[in-house]
Design a binder for this molecule. Sequence first.
Ligand code: AMP
Ligand code: ZN
Length: 461
Amino acid sequence: MKNNIEFYNSISGRKETFKPINSSQVLLYGCGPTVYDAPHLGNFRTFVFYDLTIRVLELNDFSVKSVINITDIDDKIISRANSEKVAYDKITSKYESIFIDQWKRLNNQLPTHFIRATENISEMISFIEDLLSNNFAYVVNGSVYFDSKNSKIDYDKFVSNEEIHKDQNSEKKFQSDFALWKAWKKEDEEIFWDSPWGKGRPAWHTECSVIASNFLGNSIDIHCGGIDLKFPHHQNESVQVEALSKKIFTRYWLHSEHLLLEEDKMSKSLGNILSVQSLEEEFSLESIRLFLMTAHYRSKITFNKNLLIESQKMISKIERFIDNFNLRLDSKKFKNYDFVNEEIDFINALNDDLNTPKALGVFFNFINDFNKKNNSSAGNLKNAEREKAESFINLFNSVFQCLSVGKSNPLSDNIKDLLQTREQARAEKNWELADQVRDSLSNLGWIVEDTPKGPKVIRKK
Ligand code: AMP
Ligand code: ZN
C-alpha cells in the first residue's frame, strides 16, 4: 500500500508529493543532540517528529534507512570537560546514554544508525582535503574555511542574503564562508585531533555532511531537524556536499517548530528547560509522547501542564475503550487488513504532511461513534465490529505509540513508587504528602482506594 504522501518542503515553501530517489528504500537523516547536557523536552519534540516521519513512511510500506548523528565534540563540550577537569568522553558518554535511554522510553524506534562525530574524524579530514584540492576551501592559521564564492553554490534557496551577512569572522574571506575545521586554541587544552593543517577539530556543519553522505550517500531523500537548524546549519551542510558531488544533496527538507516555555524557545543555553526525567515524576511517558504529537509539527507549542493532563485523559479514554470492548493490542494486528472509511481518513491525514491533530480527531470521532452505537460495552458486539475496532486501535498505536502493546496494563514503576511513597507518608501520618501523592496519581489517571488488603489503584472512568 504506497499511498500519496505530501511533505512541506521548507526550501520550496510548499507541500510536495513525496517521490523517493529509490522506491525500495527511503534515505532519511536527522540532526541529533549535542551531548554536553541531558536533552530537554524541546529536543524530544523534534526527535519524536523524526520518529513520526519514519513511522508514517513505514505505514505506507516504505522501508527507511535512517541515520541520526550524535555531536560529541564541540566548543561547549570542550569547555565543560576542561572546566570540570574530566575527559570529554566521560561527559559525552554520560549524556549520550541518557539521550538514548529517553529516546527508547518515549517509544521512538531506533534509527538504522546512531553515529558519533568523533568516530568519523578521518573521513571528515579526507572530505575537507577534497574541498581544498578543488579550490572550494582555504586555510587560515590552521583553520579551514569553505569558499562560498569559488564553489558557485546557490545560497539563496535557504535564506535571504541579509541573514548571511549577520555573521562576522575576521579570518573569513567572505561573510558567507564558514568553518570546516577549527584550529586548536589554548582553552581546548588536551582536546584535539591531528590534521594536515595542524591540531584542531571538525566544525559542526562538516560533521553532519560527512556522516550523512558516508552512511546514506551524496543524495538523500529527507533531512529533518528543528527549525533553528535551517539556517545556517542546513545551508552549510548542503553546499559543501553539493560543491563536490554536483548533485542535489537533500530532496525534502523537513523542519519542526519549537516547543516554547513561557513564550521563549526551550533551550539549554537560555536555561529555561524541562527534562523528560522531571516530568516523568508526574506524568506517564506515554502522555508526554502524545502531548508532543497533539500539535502539528510545524506549529509552535507552548508547554503547559494542563496539556499533559489532557493527553493523559485521552490515553485513559482509549484504555477504557479497549477494556470495555475487550480489544487486543497487537502490533501486527492491522497488517494486511483492508482499511475502511475512518482508517483511510486517519492515514490520509498523516500522509498530508503528518497532520497529527487531524488524525487524532478522526480517531476520537470513531471511538465516540463506536461507543454510542454499542452502548460503551461488549454486550452483543459482532465479531466484525470488534475486528474493526481492534484494527483501528492497532493502526493508531503503530504511529502514536502511546498504548502498551502486549501487556495487560501493568503498573509502571513510577506508579508503584508513588503508591509506596503514599503508604510511607500515611504510616508517618504525613497527610499533606499523602494527599499530594494521591493528586499526582489522579493526574496520571489513577484513583487510589484503600482496602483492608492495602491500597488499590483503578483507572479513572
Ligand atoms: P541540540 O542538542 O541543541 O543540538 O538540538 C537537537 C535537536 O533539537 C535539533 O534538531 C534542534 O533543532 C532541536 N531543538 C532544540 N530546541 C528545541 C525546542 N525548544 N523545540 C523543538 N526542537 C528543539
Ligand atoms: Zn546536522
